[in-house]
Design a protein around this ligand. Structure first.
Ligand SMILES: Nc1ncnc2c1ncn2[C@@H]1O[C@H](COP(=O)(O)OP(=O)(O)OP(=O)(O)O)[C@@H](O)[C@H]1O
Length: 290
């Protein structure tokens, strides 16, 4: 599903003395089936943008086009509901949203709430748990008897159970150890690829943006995007990123160093194995030269 923000502004507590403009005439296009990373410093409006996509918030002015759905200031709740069915949102610390007596009850909550065929979804639960690396033996267990990492995977499997066309991931791996962080994002990227989703990953981690995204959008201060494009193109604007407190990821610094050394590796960043091979080769030649 393609998503576009057309001149979208959003203010919290509009009309009150505490009014706060979070977005200021934003124009963004996200192509269908792309994996996009949304990066930016704290308070730059990333979460606000994500909540405008599924109509949790409506624009103060301008419009958001999501596939055939057009959201604007006067959109009605009943117009937004069919869109919500197509959008899966994984918030930070999704395990905090578990509350069911059993894992099965929790995983069926979203599908039930969206009016999906619950019996059909129930049959898919073991497969969905398998995707996130958890045995279906946990289905009758209380989610609160699981470890924090397992709870998070269950919560994410519950979102996948709703079969979304668009997946919004708001720092889904926050707080996990590095191996767990990478493993979880690998699962989600794999799901994205296999199901042809449109995925938006909100992250502070520039290495994740470089590794997983085809497109990066950088939010600046003042509720406006600063720049966007393919990861390498965006990370070339290193000074721009430094200005808003974001560092160029180490992998990109390494690519630059290799480019300076004469390697033609512009596309290698998206191919970690090929990049590793180039690094190993260069390392061997350095050792040979003594
Ligand atoms: N419910 C709210 N009421 C008032 N102001 C809010 C509310 N939510 C967010 N804001 C303000 O709107 C601006 C954008 O916030 P938003 O949460 O979208 O930023 P963010 O980029 O997601 O930040 P973070 O990376 O810290 O999650 C900030 O200045 C924030 O203080």
């Amino acid at each position: 599903m393609h998503i576009s923000f057309e001149n979208v502004s959003y203010s919290y507590m509009r009309g009150s003395p505490f009014e706060k403009q979070a977005l200021d005439h934003v124009n963004i296009k996200i192509a269908s089936k792309t994996f996009t990373a949304l990066v930016g410093s704290t308070g730059s409006g990333k979460s606000t943008l994500m909540q405008l996509i599924n109509g949790l918030l409506l624009p103060t002015s301008g419009q958001v086009q999501c596939g055939d759905f057009r959201l604007h200031r006067k959109s009605k709740r009943k117009e937004v509901k069919p869109l919500r069915r197509k959008i899966g949102m994984v918030f930070q610390y999704p395990e905090h949203q578990l509350f069911g007596a059993t894992v099965e009850e929790d995983m069926l909550f979203g599908p039930k709430h969206l009016g999906l065929d619950v019996e059909r979804v129930r049959k898919r639960l073991p497969k969905l748990l398998d995707v996130v690396g958890i045995s279906d033996e946990v289905l009758p267990v209380s989610p609160f008897n699981l470890s924090g990492g397992q709870m998070r995977r269950v919560a994410i499997a519950g979102v996948l159970a709703t079969d979304p066309e668009v997946l919004i991931l708001d720092e889904p791996a926050a707080g996990l150890d590095p191996a767990g962080h990478r493993a979880l994002l690998d699962v989600l990227k794999d799901w994205h690829d296999r199901h042809g989703l449109t995925t938006i990953l909100v992250t502070h981690d520039m290495e994740d943006a470089a590794r997983y995204a085809e497109e990066v959008i950088v939010m600046g201060t003042g509720g406006k995007p600063l720049t966007s494009g393919a990861p390498l193109q965006v990370f070339r604007e290193a000074e721009l990123l430094a200005d808003i407190g974001l560092a160029t990821p180490p992998s990109v610094r390494m690519v630059r160093a290799l480019q300076k050394a004469g390697w033609d590796i512009d596309n290698l960043l998206m191919e970690p194995e090929a990049l590793a091979a180039v690094v190993a080769e260069q390392w061997a030649s350095v050792k040979e030269e003594g």
